[in-house]
Design a protein. Sequence first.
Length: 531
Amino acid sequence: MSTQENKSELEIIKDTIFLWIRHWYFFVISMAICMAFAFIYLKTKVPVMKVAAQVAIRQDESISGSSSISRNQSLLSAFGVGRGSQNIEDETIKMNSQGYMKKIVRKFSLNFDYTQTEYMGFIKNSLYNQSPVVLSVDEAISDTILPVIFKINLKKEKANITMKQGRKTLGKYEVSTFPSVLNTPMGSFSISKSEFYDLYKKPMNITVFCANYDFMAQIYRASVEVDYEKKTSDLIQLSMDTENPPVAKKILNEMIATYNDEWERDKGLVTDKTSEYINERLQMVRDDLINADKSIQVFKDQNNLTDIEANVKYYFALSGEILPQLMEAETHLKMTDLITDFVTDEKNKYSLFPLVPNLSVPMAEIITKYNEVLITRNEMSKAPLQSALIRPLNSQVEAQREALLTSIDNVKSGLKIVISDLKKKESEIKNKIGKIPEIENIYIKLRREQEIQQTFYIILLEMQVQTEVKGVSLLPKLKVIDEPYTINRPIEPNLMKVAIITLFFGGIVLPFSAIYGFPLIGTYIRKRKEK
């Protein structure tokens, strides 16, 4: 059973191959037709070329190396003048933005596309900047008109014009004089001769595609590619696929010029605004600085000041000399009170008073004698027969105690006088020193205000210089590495692509469609007839 099935499959394959061989002429005819179409396509197709250019973004290095100016770089950056980071991806998007392309379309009147058609439209030649006739429209409606096509049949001294929108005919016009005005449903268009009018043979057919600036800008943007190799690089590649390389070169050059112009304009605007602000602030700071200088001079004149720091040093030195004397006198006064309390206390009637190292010499001598009498008396009080000897010693001790207390009173009186004098001098010095901080505080505030205004004034002067220098553009932002050039090999028509398509349709699709399609069609027709 398996062998029979294999045989049947083989027979099927053989029958299929024999069927193809019997209809070999389908392959020949289809290949001939496809090759003819391919030949016509290659001959009539306007080559699509790639126009490329390469630019580099210059880093803004107009200011460098100045330490004083570098300190203010962050301030200028706040105004948009300082050097900042630039994202190459953002820059490429900006270069191919709708706004930039719209300006180019408007400048070169690319909202009108002129094409010469021949041989029923199979051959098309771009007439950009070389058209024998020129269409124009009022600027008021040029940015709002919908896409339309003008088909112009140009003869020697007249022209038949058909205006279409898609398949809809909007109007037909006959022009016998140039220039003429076409009153259309979309507004008034004017047609006039160009300097190339006499260079063309008449009659000729011209197709003019017209649209608003935004519409045409989107079309041109789609054919332009702006790219970069890596984000850390400053190189940008621009390319455009076009049937008209001169127009593409003009567009790419204008893209570079527009970018540089916009950069210069933005930079100039920021520089002007920054300079205006700095100049206003400079005038204000200059006035404040003059007022600060005047205030200091007036203050010095009113307070008879020459050198506040020298006066302060003198008074503090004088106060420093009096303070130790006053402290010593007050210490001695307290010591006399201590001695008096010790001597007059009944508990210490016959107790020795300890000598203190900082006692004055007279006081020390009196206390020494007092202690000697006490020592003698205390020793005698220990003897067996003390009653007869102790009485005169007690009297002597009492006399010495009275002398000690009298001397202490005299010393206390002298110390009080000394302390009073020293306090009086200290009070006078404090009064003088007390006035100095108030004067000094006012003077310091005035000086601080003056120094702040001086520092700010210097900073503003440096910023003014930096802004003026950065506002001078010696070189454009984009450095052209490769000017727009046309790559030799066309993108279309692609011979390999045409050959593959021809082989696919001529060798597979069409012949097999004919081999298997014609019998089906015949069967269908017979069935229809039998009914």
